[in-house]
Design a protein around this ligand. Structure first.
Ligand code: ATP
Ligand code: MG
Length: 371
């Protein structure tokens, strides 16, 4: 029986726990907010200090990148932490992330770091308008972002951004060239200590109000997949990466640019629970425990729909054998990621039909992506 400590106790740790139990791998989670060790399924507090938990387990990993650096350092000093803490830090700080992408020589949007108003004006010269402005620290689900579309917005946006910059030590903004993409795709892959590397099929992602709404595993896109796989290897090599790594891309006329990375399992990889033999959660645990990496090929056409801000679904869904409901056991809150539905079919065409069928069953206000 192996034991793994996951930093963070949300749905990603929960799904790692569900996927690891059949392998006799036991997961405990560290709730970073309450500073307690908990069971990732029940959230029941386990009577262990963080230090005791670190001693107890064989491997330590994380479900998210915004981890206080003192905790990250304590964990990495034990020699049990995977992936490399530098990968976690790069995922949590867009300045580090951008230099990582440059060092790995993968194409990404032109950028400029902003600490002062002069930097902002310089960014307008070097990056140009339209421009996307993102907070260096703490951004997720499109939060902490501005769009500069014309010069008349400069004063207003600077005032708002400056407030954010001043609100936390070491906060800054990263200005990025606006990319007129055709679509957004992501790649989930993994590497273990033995150097085995696997990637899943690319996933096409649709966001609504900056939040992921729908992910569909892509089929028959070998050229795009090769580009993505190459960039995945370059980034994983640069980070000496172990574990599951997610990369978000912009697809511009068949050419991929990296948007950002996530040093962890990722919402756009939830479809792998039904669409692959080994899901991303098991894959991550296999990778950090240095077990063989297998089973990442597509089994059947699969898509994932996020359930946002709702804790009930029409009961009819339970009668549909190709719809797999995954609740996270969280308390209902507006817009919150409460669960997801994986939908399977025998072909991409059949999958589209299933999604249309679902759109007639699900609340169109909640599942706007389907309408
Ligand atoms: P999440 O954590 O949900 O992935 P995030 O807050 O980390 O989101 P990004 O992924 O960087 O932020 O941006 C959110 C969305 O904004 C992207 O999915 C994309 O639709 C859009 N976006 C981001 N950067 C650019 C850009 N340079 N050009 C055009 N659109 C962009
Ligand atoms: Mg993103």
């Amino acid at each position: 029986m192996m034991k793994v400590l996951v930093l963070g106790s949300g749905q990603l740790a929960r799904m790692m726990s569900l996927a690891s139990a059949p392998l006799n791998i036991d997961i405990i989670a560290y709730d970073v907010n309450n500073k307690q060790i908990v069971h990732p399924l029940t959230q029941q507090v386990i009577d262990l200090s963080l230090e005791q938990a670190i001693n107890d387990v064989d491997v330590i990993t994380a479900e998210f990148e915004h981890i206080p650096h003192d905790i990250l350092n304590t964990c990495s000093q034990s020699g049990k932490f995977q992936p490399n803490p530098n990968a976690i830090k790069a995922g949590g700080d867009r300045r580090l992330e951008k230099s990582l992408l440059d060092n790995a020589e993968v194409s990404n949007a032109k950028y400029h770091i902003i600490n002062s108003k002069q930097d902002f004006l310089d960014a307008i010269d070097t990056v140009g308008i339209p421009m996307v402005l993102k907070s260096a620290l703490g951004g997720y689900d499109g939060k902490g972002q501005w769009r500069l579309k014309e010069r008349s917005q400069i004063e207003q946006i600077w005032e708002e951004m400056n407030e954010l910059i001043q609100s936390a030590p070491n906060q800054a903004m990263v200005a990025e060239q606006f990319i007129p993409f055709n679509r957004e795709v992501s790649l989930i892959g993994a590497r273990n200590k033995n150097g085995e590397l696997v990637t899943y099929p690319l996933t096409e992602n649709v966001h609504v109000d900056g939040v992921l709404a729908l992910s569909t595993a892509l089929e028959g896109t070998s050229e795009l997949q090769e580009q993505a796989d190459r960039m995945f290897s370059a980034i994983a090599d640069e980070l000496d990466y172990i574990g599951v790594l997610a990369i978000e891309f912009f697809d511009v006329e068949g050419k991929l640019l990296v948007n950002e990375i996530a040093p962890r399992v990722h919402n756009s990889g939830h479809w792998t629970q039904q669409g692959a033999d080994v899901c991303q959660f098991e894959m991550h645990i296999r990778a950090v425990c240095n077990l063989p990496l297998i089973g990442s090929t597509l089994l059947r056409s699969t898509a994932m729909i996020n359930i946002l801000g709702e804790d009930t679904l029409p009961s009819e869904l339970l009668t549909m054998p190709n719809c797999h409901i995954h609740w996270y056991g969280k308390e209902k809150r507006a817009g919150r990621k409460m669960g997801h539905i994986n939908v399977c079919a025998s072909s991409p065409e059949e999958l589209q039909k299933e999604l249309i069928k679902l759109s007639s069953i699900l609340d169109s206000e909640v599942f706007r992506v389907l309408s």
